[in-house]
Write a protein that binds this ligand. Structure first.
Ligand SMILES: Nc1nc2c(ncn2[C@@H]2O[C@H](COP(=O)(O)OP(=O)(O)OP(=O)(O)O)[C@@H](O)[C@H]2O)c(=O)[nH]1
Ligand SMILES: [Mg+2]
Length: 298
């Protein structure tokens, strides 16, 4: 049996979380078109007769001195500490920038296998030849693959390659596990995904989710049976009143759509009916508050 930890690393929006979900066959990590969606290291687990690979999805690597970005970068780099394999992902529809070079330089001196993955092969205008050349000269990966995390094309081949490079070992988790996230964290991420996908510009970055209460409650059906429902009270927290206005929407339309969408997705992962009480509140300049950032981003 093979068993390995593999970190998925790359710039924001290259498709790391999409790949994690495709590889694990389940929605594990949230996805959005805006950059820096992933804020924590998210574990997704793949198991089959070959063994087990535990994937670490990481925040997009972005060089910036803003406080929150420093935490995100720290999260991404600390995922490199105790892993066997690195999946370095690149988006060939965007020019490779300084961040790509910085990242490749960081990954180059290593005692672990690095697999380079060119994603979004389904899109026209992908500069696959140029990017392959850059990867070979700057990173010299053990393998170089082209795939589409969204359609799944090429992802089986990636698993094959990863298992072939993985060390022998016993699985870390039972085979039916596909993630190790706490229920409260998963709930907050699902709510955040619905919110960040409905707003644009600076608003996605200004949102975090606070779960105020989450509990299973007994309900009696008309037939006298006892059922359970999951009751969640949560807040979408933003930095400014204007952002609150955007999230609430005209006559509360947007917040109501977010609440309904999130409730449906929550019911897909929790075994009970879900009741979601969702409100918006303001926490000015929260992205500059170290204790909060530590709690949210560790
Ligand atoms: N066409 C296409 N789009 C993709 C593919 N993979 C990801 N995307 C899209 O790219 C955007 C970013 O995807 P994510 O998976 O959130 O990217 P990420 O690298 O996790 O981003 P951060 O968490 O912000 O670092 C989303 O709109 C995805 O739907 C792909 O293979 N093809
Ligand atoms: Mg992500």
């Amino acid at each position: 049996m093979k068993a390995a930890f593999a970190a998925i690393i790359g710039r924001p929006s290259v498709g790391k979380s999409t790949l994690l979900n495709t590889l694990c066959g389940n929605k594990v990590s949230i996805v959005a078109p805006s950059p820096q969606t992933t804020r924590n290291t998210i574990r997704g687990i793949h198991s089959d007769e070959r063994g087990q690979i535990v994937f670490l999805d990481t925040p997009g690597f972005h060089d910036s001195e803003k406080k929150m970005n420093r935490y995100l970068k720290e999260n991404a780099l600390s995922a490199l500490q105790e892993i066997d394999l690195v999946v370095y992902m690149i988006d060939p529809t965007r020019p490779a920038g300084v961040e790509e070079k910085t990242l490749m330089a960081l990954l180059a001196p290593r005692n672990r296998t690095t697999i380079a993955v060119i994603n979004k092969s389904d899109l026209p205008g992908a500069r696959i030849e140029q990017i392959s050349e850059l990867l070979r000269s700057e990173l010299d990966p053990a393998e170089l693959l082209v795939l589409s995390a969204r359609t799944g094309e090429g992802t089986e081949k990636l698993l094959e390659v990863l298992y072939s490079h993985a060390p022998e070992g016993e699985p870390f988790y039972p085979p039916e596990y596909y993630t190790d996230q706490e229920p409260g964290f998963r709930a907050s991420e699902i709510i955040r995904e619905w919110a960040v996908n409905r707003v644009s510009q600076e608003v996605p970055h200004a949102i975090y989710v606070e779960i105020a209460d989450m509990e299973e409650r007994e309900v009696q059906t008309s037939a006298g049976e006892t059922r359970y429902k999951l009751w969640i009270r949560a807040f979408l927290v933003v930095e400014r009143e204007s952002q609150k206005g955007i999230l609430v929407g005209k006559k509360g339309k947007l917040i109501s759509e977010i609440r309904k969408g999130a409730r449906k997705d929550l019911e897909k992962i929790f075994p009970h009916r879900v009741e979601l009480d969702l409100r918006v509140k303001v926490n000015p300049k929260w992205r500059n508050k170290d204790p909060l950032l530590k709690r949210l981003l560790s």
